[in-house]
Design a protein around this ligand. Structure first.
Ligand code: KG4
Ligand code: ZN
Length: 462
């Protein structure tokens, strides 16, 4: 059936890219963007050139350039259109941040309701903008974890509904793998094995990507992720949270003296690649209290002196938060090169990777180590549907997908949701005692599941 059409040579095909990233229109919409991806032009399918038409105004020209020159190492189907749905947490659209600003974080129940309100509309708008209908799709990809169950459920239900009623296969996507693999869409040289640092609101991961679906976790956070520390710093400094806290801190930090407050770099004494941001958060809170900064007074109404005090804290926090990333990355690169000496790239992705200071500092680390930094454009670093659709394509090409769900599936059908789902197995040297307590109720890692199914397949082939 669907897989039999695979033709292995994409570079000679004229591809037509349809990509729609929707920014959601109103306050009640913390749903991710939804994307349609890769559609070869039917009339021009076999022209001997590789070229793309990009239908996404939000994508920057430089990204388009690198993309259009791309050799497409991994596209193997000449008629592949995958719908990607991402609802693992909240969205990064301005409208969403407005909603979240009042709460200073993601309230799962509220996010669930908002996802539910707009999911149908988002899917329909994406299809309309791409000038496609569900009948044009090859498969549906959807994030099944990790994330908030309540939110994941909305996306998965919608994906199963679309797939079920149009007899389409489903690809269940790991949110962090999607953050990683989207880099392969933008960087043509990016072949396995490579390293990745994934930095977002809920995750702080250092991984070695050996192959598609084969990851070693070199380090993770033992408490909070860096994005969470940015968000709380922004909230306590009384910054405008409409675009989420990170961008507000980044902006204010430019006005501050990064050496003015002496925060301690976390986990200096730990010779591993794990992270911790809870202590730094506390240090920031105490510094804010000591300077008697009142978060109720907005930055715009603060006096010059007060604004400077806030900027100094923002800059000092950012310097130390990123130093922590730099130090652990440096060690992780050494570990990774020992395991896979052929590594050439470090991917930095996830919401915090849109930060210019983060990019610049990590670029230096990576250059010192003789590697190249790959950082997707900000619109693809923060949660988006493109990354899910792309990951769907990568797995689909290898035959890793589920058959279409039954049409008219009951609303209360039990769904395969994986709120706590590691990407890979922990590297033995990187195991943290502090974390081992927290592994209860975890789903087996993506890597172990894929390895088990490959083993099963090879046994049944004998
Ligand atoms: O990947 P993402 O969109 O969602 C999660 O999976 O968490 O990441 C969101 C996080 C938020 O904590 C947000 O404050 C942070 O990424 N972020 C930033 C920046 N843009 C987004 N942090 C620092 N600087 C930024 N420019
Ligand atoms: Zn994310």
């Amino acid at each position: 059936m669907i897989l039999q059409g695979l033709s292995p040579h994409p570079s000679s095909i004229f591809y037509y890219l349809k990509m729609v990233s929707l920014l959601l229109p109103n306050l009640s919409s913390p749903i991710s963007r939804l994307t349609l991806l890769w559609r070869p032009s039917l009339q021009l399918t076999f022209k001997a050139t590789s070229k793309f038409q990009l239908h996404n105004k939000s994508v920057k020209p430089e990204w388009f350039k690198s993309f259009s020159a791309c050799n497409l190492p991994m596209v193997a189907n000449d008629n592949l259109v995958v719908l990607g749905i991402e609802t693992s947490c909240d969205d990064t659209a301005a409208a969403v941040a407005e909603l979240l600003a009042r709460y200073g974080g993601v309230a799962p129940k509220m996010a669930e309701e908002a996802h539910a309100l707009v999911i149908d509309q988002v899917v329909q708008e994406a299809l309309d903008k791409a000038n496609l209908t569900e009948r044009d799709l090859t498969a549906v990809a959807v994030t099944i974890g990790p994330g908030l169950s309540l939110c994941l459920r909305i996306g998965v239900r919608k994906a199963r509904k679309v797939a079920g009623s149009h007899n389409l296969p489903l690809v269940g996507v790991h949110h962090m793998e999607a953050h990683t693999l989207v880099a392969r869409l933008v960087e043509r040289e990016l072949q396995f094995p490579f390293m990745a640092l994934l930095v977002s609101g809920g995750h702080n991961l250092l991984i070695l990507a050996r192959d598609l679906g084969d990851y070693i976790q070199l380090g993770t956070t033992i408490d909070d992720a860096i994005g969470e520390a940015y968000d709380k710093t922004a909230k306590w400094l009384g910054l405008d949270l409409r675009r989420s806290g990170g961008p507000a801190v980044e902006e204010l930090a430019r006005e501050g003296d990064a050496k003015s407050v002496n925060f301690k770099v976390p986990m200096k004494q730990h010779k591993d690649c794990n992270f911790s941001y809870a202590g730094l958060k506390t240090q920031v809170r105490l510094a804010i209290e000591a300077k008697r900064i009142n978060a109720e007074i907005s930055l715009a109404s603060a006096s010059d002196e007060e604004r400077q005090a806030r900027a100094d804290i923002a800059a000092s926090f950012q310097r130390v938060a990123v130093l922590h990333l730099e130090e652990k990355c440096e060690r992780a690169i050494e570990w990774a090169l020992n395991i896979e000496p052929s590594i050439n790239h470090l991917v930095v992705s996830g919401g915090v990777a849109s930060n210019k200071y983060v990019r610049a500092r990590l670029d230096e680390v990576v250059n010192r180590k003789g590697l190249k930094l790959v950082c997707p454009p900000p619109s693809l670093c923060t949660d988006n549907g493109v990354m899910v659709a792309w990951t769907g394509i990568e797995h689909f090409r290898l035959g890793r997908f589920d058959p279409p769900p039954p049409a008219n599936e009951l609303e209360d059908a039990v769904l395969d949701l994986r709120p706590r789902w590691p990407l890979g197995e922990e590297y033995a040297e990187g195991k943290s005692e502090a974390r081992s307590m927290r592994t209860a109720r975890m789903h087996p890692s993506l890597t172990s599941l894929i390895k088990a199914s490959i083993k099963l397949e090879s046994q049944s082939a004998i």
